[in-house]
Design a binder for this molecule. Sequence first.
Ligand code: SAM
Length: 279
Amino acid sequence: MKLTEISTVKALCAEFGFGFKKKFGQNFIVRDSVPMDIAENAEGLCALEIGPGIGTLTDCLCQKCEKVVAVEIDTTLAPMLETTVGHHDNLKVIFGDVMKTDIKALCEEEFAGKRVAVCANLPYYITTPVLMHLLESGVSFESITVMVQKEVADRLCAEAGTSEYGAITVTCARYGKVKKLFDVPKSCFYPMPSVDSAVVTLIPAEKEEIFCKDEELLTKVIRATFNQRRKTLVNALSAEIKTHSKAQLAEIIVKCGFREDIRGEKLTLRDFAEIVNNM
Ligand code: SAM
């Protein structure tokens, strides 16, 4: 059964009386090379998949990985998944909302200290929260490889000072090095979404080592900066950081080698850490 054929997807949906649910961001991959190219990033490891759908990427992961655990919110996909990937004895499908899943406990229970990579074609409506949920789970993933809207991929990989650069760019940089792997046109999905996608990978081991004396304050500073990105850094920070006066903040910014009227969107993660280290 070729799961990347539209005719196969349509036949399965008809056989199991399955209707696509927009609210779950159900756009399934129907381009041959794409799932295998994503799965390659977990080769030889264990894999955690979010949203297996009808099992197209899951099938490739099962061929490449020691063990695969897939978390799917839509229980109506269960009979279809049983037919498409139920024969893999290295697969466990867990039905539930990934946002309500304790990722650390799941990984400890299912993978018991083995090396784990995340691979997923993420539902668009929830891309950033899922990424944050994975990053903040405390699990040391080997890599997190996800298909996201192209516009989100551009934001994740953006350079400081560009319009795509934002809080999510800096936040991801705190966890790892993000690289865009390849673009995926909207025609590679069924039903076809209105936007193109791209696959990005985040590799924690390649993270730039940056010292910051207060990680919590760094989070606050990044948040304050991008909450009001059109303001100068000093104005954005003084609106939310109440431990320092505006004059003190201006002094710190200048001491770190920036113009007093610089905008925060021009700062890299290292620059933000430098500001915090001087607070
Ligand atoms: N992996 C399949 C593929 O590539 O063809 C399907 C990807 S589809 C874009 C997203 C999948 O995530 C759907 O199967 C959807 O039901 C599932 N999903 C949506 N929200 C979810 C959530 N909160 N937790 C777990 N799965 C979710």
